[in-house]
Design a protein around this ligand. Structure first.
Ligand SMILES: [Zn+2]
Length: 241
């Protein structure tokens, strides 16, 4: 950090403006924080008692470093070998099966095909993870609440609300108020694995911990739960696009 500041110090760096940054409020943050995220955005954390104005002033005292850091991230992202995302020919998991991404033409317009899903896209050179995420989230939103309520009824639980989320590492969670949150990525797993995650969360309504007693409840409701846990764990990276 100090090295970048020293080497950049002689440059005239214009002050950062609101449009150059992304504000994030964090109830537990005690002070202002400024960093560059993986996408190359300058992210300013505003503590509960703080203001965006002060956050910006704080960031401006470190702007040479922030701007140099952002340039580094953007340069790295622009390199072809660090190009992320999905391209035609890549495979993804969908409903527990490995499927390849194909492009077909429909009256000259590119259509992304995977399993039985067909998605019109703007341009086949784009990162295909974007339209896929959008479609899979829609599928999850249409499907997960109903499945969850059915499973809840089977195990004698009442679910107030089912929320579909975009999470990197969690498959599901359950709040004491009766809300179950599920990761849309569960459509990438088989229906049995998806159901296991929902059952896991439903069992938390009986026991809010991961004690042996909790796992015994899970096992009686879903005898194959270890297989589903292993499937998800072994594919953590492949499911995380
Ligand atoms: Zn759990």
């Amino acid at each position: 950090m100090s090295e970048s500041i020293a080497s950049q110090a002689h440059l005239e760096v214009l002050p950062l403006r609101r449009a150059d940054v992304v504000f994030k409020t964090h109830p537990r943050a005690r002070r202002y924080l400024a960093k560059v995220d993986k996408e190359g955005s300058i992210v300013l954390t505003v503590p509960r008692a703080g203001t965006q104005r002060d956050a910006l002033a704080f960031a401006n005292t470190h702007r040479e470093w922030l701007i140099a850091e952002r340039a580094k991230v953007l340069e790295e992202l622009a390199r072809p070998e660090s190009r992320r995302g999905l391209r035609p020919g890549d495979s993804i998991w969908y409903r527990g099966v490995e499927e390849s991404l194909r492009i077909e033409k429909d009256w000259g317009r590119p259509v992304l095909c995977v399993a039985n899903e067909r998605i019109f896209i703007a341009d086949e050179g784009m990162d295909l993870s974007r339209p896929l995420k959008e479609r899979f989230r829609m599928i999850a939103k249409a499907e997960f609440p109903e499945v969850t309520h059915e499973l809840a009824a089977r195990f004698g639980e009442k679910v107030k609300k089912v929320v579909v989320r975009d999470q990197k590492t969690r498959w599901g969670s359950c709040s004491k108020s009766g809300t179950i949150s599920l990761n849309w990525r569960l459509v990438l797993a088989s229906r049995e694995t998806r159901d296991y995650v929902i059952i896991h969360e439903l069992m938390h309504m009986k026991r809010f911990d991961h004690s042996p007693k909790f796992w015994a409840l899970v096992e009686s409701a879903c005898p194959d739960y270890r297989l589903h846990e292993a499937w998800l764990r072994e594919r953590q990276d492949a499911l995380n696009w």
